[in-house]
Design a protein around this ligand. Structure first.
Ligand code: ARG
Ligand code: ZN
Length: 858
């Protein structure tokens, strides 16, 4: 069944209050739910109360204290006929958390109980109008065995607790802030906390706890520091203050996504909480900081103002991603953060926009909402709000967000409400801009620059490609930051913001005796793809001179993209190949040696465009040819720049471990240099990698060394992998790395290795982190996934079919990689399609996988 945005109706009944009573058990938890229901004056007046359910049965139903039997089931939903305007409805249910392998609703993880309710998990616990526009005040009571569940947590504040004579104990929790059911949470188990406090700007003292399994507490300080920094930052940057006396974060090892912003009780995947230098890379530390910030920021953008319906998901997710991006930029390097964000957008979102699953940031329909927690809704959603900020300027934008928070506090709002508030508060006209919410597809902007007399004329043309269900598109407003460089001085006369809001437009710039060099879409001011056929010489110029760090990175990327795309299409003679490589080598050498660059930025500039991104640049891609050409260029750079690379590696190796920017930069270039050294000379690379591994006193160095060794067919590989495994035996997050380093490698036997790893005693299909560590690494590894035999496609197809009955949400996340078949050369495309058909032929597919597969087949 297809759910449509245009069919939205307000609920007939509201639930201003709910009291939940849990009798906890790992295999049987009893739930008594008491709803105060009230007729919605804005509803349709229906007498039927619809309570959603999913794999639960009503064991007893009472209305106003009396047992009733005239309820009925409609599919999984419970329907009760009510007259009058207000009642108390009680329903009893029982669930088996240990058998809940979907990890939605109430489930057991590592001996503890926890919940995940977004989007529609609450209905797996009890019957309820499980939609985000029904806001209730929650009181929760839970009783459980004292030794199995010493810690009992729910949303809000603990109001009472006590012990029973039978060895059980109980706790009562009350959350004063009305919330939708998807923000409900309960956690019970043996947990220890890292405790701290934070005093808010108005003087409220808040208790903070990071709860983990005993033994993990030494790895929680970074999460705590990040939480405190988030709370402070949101006060300073958005004027948002925390609103309870308690803020709990719990780490669980079985979790479908990254984390969840439940009111006052965030539940996290352990990988976004636990970090110390010995077991977490610099990237892992950043991810913890980013996700801790993200979930905390949801307290305002998500919880205080929630979504009216799930089509509005980007209202909270797009905005909160923007907020976490700005936070991380302020905590570290703004330039590097921007480049990383764009890299993620291009790797994950551009393929969505150009494939069969394309959808606007505010979708018009869905079958399974879990399939819409996408890079489009999250990351493109953030880019769309960032464009408003760019057009308004940060100060005016803040007036817009102030108005939004003020106007809609306590409501379930829409994306339209947000845009209107920014329009009114920031003083922008966003009439045409709203198209960014309704039109899918990455706009393509064609650029040309002509020069006559002293005037440069910039001509821009936009095209928004057709996407499924949207054949014709309107032109969108595209804000582009531009600068024109004088070739001789290497300077420009100031950056301008041009907004292309027509199919085509021209902009003139005066005062150029010679044709200037154009820097466009600086800072990636618009999430578009720029088509500008230009001389390699201009790109080398920008790679060396552009004062916008993103544009500098982009010039380097474009230089490589232009070269590799031509090479893959067979368009390079020996001579033009040599000339292309020479230009890249020149720019690369400048990056390796420029004393003015900080190492974090240098490391960023050294990264070659990903194979997936290169494939995106072609109408039909040959992944085999892309891999070969890209690897050949890497090896050439490794040989050509061998001296600079080894000098860089030696310099970085000498820097002692610390978490400051300089030392982190040293680790980044160390690992980048190692990649190129090994590509140019496997012996030298293996030797240096093993030395680096043996000398390592931190995970960044260790993982960087194993990353390089895992792709090499050398004896050092086995030593490092075996040591890595035994050294971290029992540390699930690091064993995940051990799996993904191998599955993500370019080793000649990578596919056979993955098949073997799937049989390894440490592998399990019931833990999403482990499944992703092995199989997502394989699915995004072009060498494994696109192996000419088709075995990579079969690997992922088999996985989807085996995982779907266990965990449909996670299984569905693997479908889009096969869904790319239309953009892949015909022999592979046929095999990818065949795999999708094999999945489609399964008799009882989940709604999650069914939707993705049928859309992918088209
Ligand atoms: N709201 C969470 C976050 O982005 C994500 C939860 C998604 N869960 C799901 N089952 N789809 O912070
Ligand atoms: Zn979120």
């Amino acid at each position: 069944p297809v759910i449509r945005r245009e069919d939205y109706l307000p609920p007939a009944w509201l639930v201003p209050e709910i009291a939940l009573d849990f009798t906890l058990g790992l295999t049987a938890t009893r739930v008594v739910s008491k709803l105060h229901v009230a007729r919605n004056p804005d509803g349709n007046g229906a007498s039927t109360l619809r309570l959603n359910g999913d794999q639960i049965t009503p064991l007893a139903v009472r209305v106003d204290g009396a047992a009733v039997s005239d309820w009925r089931l409609d599919g999984a939903d419970l329907l009760i006929e009510l007259s009058g305007d207000a009642h108390i409805v009680e329903v009893e249910t029982q669930v088996n958390p240990a058998a809940n392998s979907q990890l939605m609703g109430l489930y057991a993880s590592n001996g503890m109980l926890c919940t995940q309710c977004e989007a529609e998990g609450f209905r797996r616990i009890t019957f309820f109008p499980d939609r985000p526009d029904v806001l209730s005040t929650y009181s929760v009571r839970m009783t459980g065995d004292k030794t199995t569940f010493p810690i009992l947590l729910a949303n809000g504040n603990c109001t009472a607790q006590g012990e029973n004579a039978d060895g059980s104990h109980w706790a009562e929790w009350h959350d004063p802030w009305p919330k939708p059911s998807y923000l409900f949470a309960l956690v019970a188990g043996e947990l220890v906390s890292n405790h701290s406090t934070f005093t808010t700007m108005s003087g409220r003292k808040v208790d903070l706890n990071i709860w983990v399994r005993p033994g993990d507490e030494d790895r929680t300080q970074h999460a705590m520091d990040s939480l405190i920094a988030s709370m402070k930052w949101d006060e300073e940057t958005f004027g948002r203050e925390y609103d309870l006396d308690l803020f709990n974060v719990v780490a669980v090892s079985d979790f479908n996504m990254g984390a969840m912003e439940n009111k006052g009780l965030n539940v996290f995947n352990t990988r976004y909480v636990l970090a110390d230098p010995e077991t977490a890379t610099d990237g892992d530390f950043d991810a913890v900081e980013g996700v801790i910030g993200h979930e905390y920021f949801h307290n305002w953008s998500g919880n205080r103002i929630t979504c009216r319906d799930w089509f509005q998901l980007s209202l909270k997710e797009g905005f909160t991603v923007l907020r976490d991006q700005l936070f991380s930029a302020d905590m570290g390097s703004e330039a590097v953060k921007r480049i990383e964000d764009v890299r993620i957008l291009r790797a994950a979102q551009f393929p969505e926009d150009s494939g069969p699953l394309a959808h606007p940031i505010r979708p018009d329909s869905y079958q399974e909402i879990n399939n819409f927690y996408t890079a489009t809704v999250y990351n493109k959603g953030a880019e769309v709000i960032r464009m408003m900020r760019t057009m308004a300027g940060p100060e005016q934008f803040r007036k817009g967000t102030d108005l939004y928070f003020d106007r809609h506090d306590g409501e379930a709002a829409t994306c339209e409400d947000f845009v209107k508030a920014i329009e009114d508060g920031a003083g922008l006209d966003l009439k045409q801009f709203r198209l960014w919410y309704s039109q899918a597809g990455t706009p393509q902007v064609s650029v040309s620059l002509s020069h006559e007399g002293s005037t440069a004329t910039l001509k821009l043309t936009q095209k928004v490609p057709a996407t499924p269900g949207q054949p014709d598109k309107q032109p969108m407003p595209i804000p582009l930051r531009v600068a024109l460089f004088d070739r001789d001085t290497g300077a420009h006369a100031g950056e301008k913001l041009v907004v292309l809001d027509k199919p085509s437009d021209t902009f003139t710039f005066d005062g150029f005796a010679k044709p200037p060099v154009l820097s466009i879409n600086r800072g990636f001011s618009a999430p578009v793809s720029i088509d500008f056929d230009r001389e390699a010489e201009d790109l080398v110029f920008l790679a060396a001179n552009d004062d916008d760090p993103f544009a500098r990175y982009e010039a380097m990327q474009n230089l490589v993209v232009q070269h590799l795309v031509t090479a893959v299409s067979g368009g390079l003679s020996d001579e033009t190949r040599a000339a292309g490589r020479a230009a890249i080598g020149k720019a690369f050498t400048a990056i390796l040696t420029d004393p003015a660059l900080d190492d974090l930025m240098r490391g960023e500039l050294m990264i070659l465009p990903a194979e997936g991104y290169l494939a995106e640049q072609m109408l039909i891609a040959d992944p085999g040819a892309i891999h070969t050409e890209r690897e050949a260029l890497k090896a050439w750079l490794g040989r050509e720049c061998a001296d600079d690379l080894t000098a860089l590696h030696d310099r970085a190796v000498a820097v002692p471990y610390s978490r400051d920017a300089a030392a982190r930069g040293a680790r980044k270039i160390k690992n980048q240099a190692l990649v190129y050294i090994a590509a140019g000379n496997a012996q030298e690379g293996a030797r240096r990698a093993l030395d680096q591994y043996r000398a390592a006193d931190n995970m960044t160095d260790r993982q960087g060394a194993v990353l390089v060794l895992a792709s090499l067919d050398v004896p050092e590989r086995e030593e490092a992998l075996a040591d890595f495994r035994s050294r971290y035996e029992g540390n699930a997050l690091v064993i995940d790395k051990w799996f993904s380093l191998q599955a993500g490698s370019f080793h000649p036997e990578v596919l056979a290795n993955i098949r073997k790893l799937a049989e390894h005693p440490d592998f399990t299909m019931t833990n999403p982190n482990r499944v992703r560590a092995l199989y997502m690494a394989a699915a995004v590894n072009p060498k494994a996934f696109h192996d000419a035999s088709g075995d990579g496609y079969r690997l992922i197809g088999d996985l989807i079919r085996r995982l779907d009955p266990i965990n449909p949400q996670t299984a569905a996340r693997f479908v889009p990689s096969l869904g790319r078949w239309r953009r892949i050369e015909p022999v592979r495309a046929a095999m990818m399609r065949e795999e999708l058909e094999r999945i489609a032929a399964e008799p009882s597919l989940s709604r999650d996988v069914r939707e993705q597969v049928s859309k992918s087949l088209g």
